[in-house]
Write a protein that binds this ligand. Structure first.
Ligand SMILES: Nc1ncnc2c1ncn2[C@@H]1O[C@H](COP(=O)(O)OP(=O)(O)OP(=O)(O)O)[C@@H](O)[C@H]1O
Length: 856
């Protein structure tokens, strides 16, 4: 936030400086500290004036440059450019180098992996970058250039060794990294594709805490300086080269002291490469900016002040291109590098006892056989005598300037303000603007996010919990009935109606009662069945009906015996049941039963049919008793069921539906998982595209990034929750006995819980696949174990305990209690819902913060 100057700390490098030199440095630092505050205000106004004039000068100079690509991929310069080059050479030869090395790397070791898979990438690397120079870090793919830059910008940690950036270890309180003093352009494009050029520069300027006016000025200048198109053009509408230059502009926008560029020229045509180098030379021309640039294209680094030729995790040589050319008397840097590699291999061979006689010739001063055709640009840098230094640890040699030894000591560098390490509202505002802008630019996604929750809610209310209907059911009704007006006792012979049931006497009964009205108790029952639930099909005989079930045409068969009515009357009329059971062939007990044969393979359908069969039984019994009274003269109460159900304590007389049971869980799961979906990929995409790296290097704090994501997604989540609740309650009429405010509050809390879970997933996952698998992986366990689709009471004991600590089990019960019992927060069931949700939310946040910090 501010730029306080703090007294300089003791720095290990100073310990190696002679005492009098150190004292001079400290005295200088103290006086500088006092002076700085006085000069601060004056400098700010001067800086603007000088920047504007510098911008004008550079733009003018830029137009003078005339680089062209040669047929062999080299770069040729016109006369104008050479004049211009000499200006730069003078600049870089002047003051900067006297100030010492901006970057010092000592005995750096870095490896990836462990055990047998361990890859040693940096192996005792030594590096010194003088202030105000262009340092070209050259080497083949995989030699460790990106790893080294990652360590410089504090994205990676060394296993062993030291790095000093402006005198301090990267990542420490006083260091330049992370912070506004460094500009970093990673290998990836690392730009928000949906942003325009000006929005991109605005974002990067704001995270560097630049004022709006300054950003505007710098944007204007950089667009002109880097030949960028209209600043309102979106990044994804730019050509590859323009995108690279926009990425370069993003690293330059805050005028960093140190510019770290990871292969800015990779994959771009020679013309654009030359133009990028031209810009580098321009940026460096004032002597204030130091540039470290990596490249595969060794020849282009002739324009650097100093090159580090890297192989196998260490530098083979570190000097100016002109010194190398002078030393080896070979015009091509590429050939020099090749020669150094051969020499290096030979050293290893010598170590292993193998000698390379051909190479020995070369070492002895034999003429090189390597020739480079074509025109090459002039080599830059001060030509110096080289010497071979031996690395005391590894024994490898490095070729460097004879005068280098003194330059390792550094100037008393300025410390970075402590405020840069603190939470910044301005940076948070920049991150929020960026997130909202991204949302806005992905309008399709936003609309989809708003449509999904109501769609899911509507689908749930329409598709789940409704009573199955039109269930095909077979009926075989052989019942011959019984005359209503005939008193059963009248047809008893010797108090025994046996004759009536013998097959050949039955027609007598039918004959006797031919003019009578018959009662068909079986029909009473069939009439009581709900025809919407059951779709009845009549079959002639039992076998046909039974076969229809076996063949899957019906879910069940209801079968009535020929003497169903008669036997039912006898069953209730004859005093002792045993009398009838004893009589062979007259199975009154069995014949008077409604026989049901079910296909129970679909339990929900079977339950529905059973419910219907039992429910219609009640209606049937009432109808039956009326006829029965007529036939037997006995009272109706004889058949009444011995139970009385009073008004329920909670809920209505009509049993609550499965929809009502599931509704609280559905509200919570839709909210929770939509929120997970919003955040689960947030870090990953930005991390993969190198965008997060850029933000971390700029000094953005993990808490700022997390808060910005939470606030942005909260806006989306609140709209989603509103839509879910509107659809669930007013539209689909789910009852609510309690206060809706408590329901809304718990739902929002669950949404936050989902968002923080998503953030946690994205913070710990390396790629989208892992994040998606984690997010989807918890979906089913959470739904199944939280009592959403089935009561927790139905689970084995061990699972119940697991279920109770899950974020949605108590929350679900709490919402059920509020909705259907009208309870409020004072009830244990309700407040436990809030407590468990809040506890999970906090746990997610803590893990996310730890994960971001560890992986930062
Ligand atoms: N995260 C990682 N895990 C394991 N190995 C890695 C990892 N990152 C890099 N490496 C390995 O470390 C070595 C150096 O990689 P690095 O990216 O630093 O090389 P480089 O010189 O920048 O290559 P290039 O020019 O192709 O970008 C390579 O062998 C690479 O495979």
């Amino acid at each position: 936030m501010g730029s306080d100057i703090i007294p300089i700390q003791r720095n290990p490098l100073y310990d190696s400086v002679p005492d009098d030199k150190r004292q001079r440095s400290l005295a200088l630092e103290i006086s500088q500290g006092q002076e700085r505050k006085k000069k601060h205000r004056r400098r700010r106004s001067e800086k603007r004036v000088s920047q504007i004039s510098q911008d004008i000068t550079l733009t003018r100079l830029d137009r003078k440059m005339d680089y062209t690509a040669t047929s062999n991929g080299g770069i040729a310069l016109s006369e104008n450019s050479k004049v211009h080059r000499s200006i730069f050479n003078q600049d870089s030869a002047k003051s900067p180098k006297a100030s010492g090395n901006v970057v010092v790397v000592q005995q750096a070791y870095k490896s990836y992996g462990s055990g047998k898979k361990k890859v040693h990438v940096l192996q005792g690397l030594e590096m010194r970058v003088p202030q105000g120079s262009i340092y070209g870090l050259l080497g083949p793919s995989g030699c460790g250039k990106t790893t080294l830059l990652g360590c410089l910008v504090n994205r990676l940690k060394l296993d062993k060794g030291d790095i000093f950036l402006y005198g301090f270890h990267p990542g420490t309180a006083s260091a330049a990294v992370p912070g506004h003093r460094v500009g970093y352009m990673p290998q990836e494009l690392a730009l928000y594709q949906e942003f325009s050029i000006s929005e991109t520069l605005n974002y990067f300027g704001r995270i560097h805490l630049m004022s709006a006016n300054r950003i505007k000025d710098r944007t204007k200048f950089l667009v002109e300086f880097l030949d960028l198109p209209d600043p309102n053009r979106l990044i994804n509408q730019l050509s590859g080269g323009q995108q690279r230059r926009a990425s370069f502009a993003a690293a330059l926008v805050h005028e960093p002291e140190l510019l770290i560029l990871d292969e800015p020229t990779v994959g771009v045509d020679p013309l654009l490469r030359s133009s990028i180098w031209q810009h580098l030379l321009d940026v460096c021309s004032t002597g204030r900016t130091t540039i470290i640039i990596t490249t595969h294209y060794i020849e282009e680094a002739r324009q650097a002040d100093r090159v580090g030729l890297m192989r196998g995790g260490r530098l083979l040589a570190e000097t100016s291109p002109s010194s190398l050319i002078h030393h080896f008397k070979i015009p091509s840097l590429e050939d020099i590098f090749l020669k150094l590699c051969l020499q290096d291999s030979s050293e290893e061979d010598i170590e292993q006892g193998k000698l390379n006689p051909v190479y020995e010739d070369d070492l002895d001063g034999g003429q090189t056989r390597i020739n480079t055709p074509g025109t090459l640009p002039e080599a830059r840098g001060i030509t110096a005598e080289l010497r071979k230094d031996v690395n005391p640890t590894t024994g490898h040699t490095i070729l460097r300037d004879s005068s280098d030894e003194a330059e390792i000591y550094m100037s008393p560098w300025v410390q970075t303000s402590k405020y840069e390490r603190e939470f910044s509202i301005s940076r948070l505002a920049a991150l929020l603007t960026k997130n909202f802008l991204r949302l806005w630019r992905n309008l399709g996604f936003l609309v989809f996010s708003f449509l999904m929750p109501p769609l899911q809610t509507a689908l749930f209310c329409l598709a789940v919990g409704g009573t199955p209907y039109n269930l095909p059911m077979a009926i075989v009704n052989n019942d011959v009935g019984f005359p209503v007006d005939v008193n059963i006792t009248d047809v008893l012979i010797d108090n025994t109606p046996i004759d009536l049931f013998i097959e050949d006497t039955a027609p007598d009964l039918e004959r006797i009662s031919v003019d009578l009205t018959y009662a068909y108790f079986s029909q009473e029952y069939i009439d009581a069945l709900n025809k919407r639930t059951l779709d009845l099909t009549y079959y002639e005989d039992f076998q046909q009906g039974f076969d229809s079930v076996k063949e899957g045409r019906n879910w069940g068969l209801i079968y009535f015996h020929k003497y169903f009515t008669l036997d039912l009357i006898l069953f209730y009329t004859v005093p002792t049941l045993s009398d009838w059971i004893d009589v062979p062939d007259l199975n009154v007990t069995e014949n008077s039963k409604i026989n049901v044969y079910m296909d129970n393979t679909n339990s929900q359908i079977a339950i529905t049919i059973w419910y219907e069969i039992m429910r219609s039984l009640e209606e049937f019994i009432v109808a039956l008793t009326q006829h029965y009274t007529n036939i037997t003269g006995d009272g109706i109460s004889k058949l009444a069921l011995p139970i009385k159900v009073h008004d329920p304590v909670y809920g209505s007389m009509a049993s609550s539906t499965f929809t009502e049971f599931m509704a609280p869980g559905v509200i919570l799961t839709i909210t929770y998982f939509m929120a997970v979906g919003l955040t689960a990929l947030s870090f990953i995409t930005e991390r993969k595209e190198g965008l997060l790296d850029r933000s971390w290097v700029a000094g953005v704090q993990s808490s700022e990034v997390m808060l910005a994501f939470l606030v942005t997604q909260m806006f989306v989540m609140l709209v989603q929750i509103a839509l879910i609740l509107v659809f669930m309650f007013p539209v689909f009429d789910i009852p609510c006995e309690g206060s809706m405010a408590w329901v809304v509050l718990l739902t929002i809390l669950q949404g936050f819980c989902g968002m923080t879970f998503g953030l946690m997933v994205s913070a710990v996952s390396n790629d989208e696949n892992t994040a998606i698998m984690m997010a989807l992986g918890i979906f089913y366990p959470l739904i199944l174990l939280s009592g959403i689709v089935w009561p927790v009471e139905g689970m084995p004991d061990a699972l119940r305990y697991i279920s109770l600590v899950l974020p949605q089990t108590y929350a679900c019960d709490a919402i059920r209690a509020i909705l259907y019992r009208g309870w409020n927060i004072t009830y244990w069931t309700v407040y436990m819902g809030y407590i468990v949700t809040a506890a999970w939310l906090l746990l997610h946040l803590v893990i996310t913060l730890i994960a971001i910090r560890v992986r930062k």
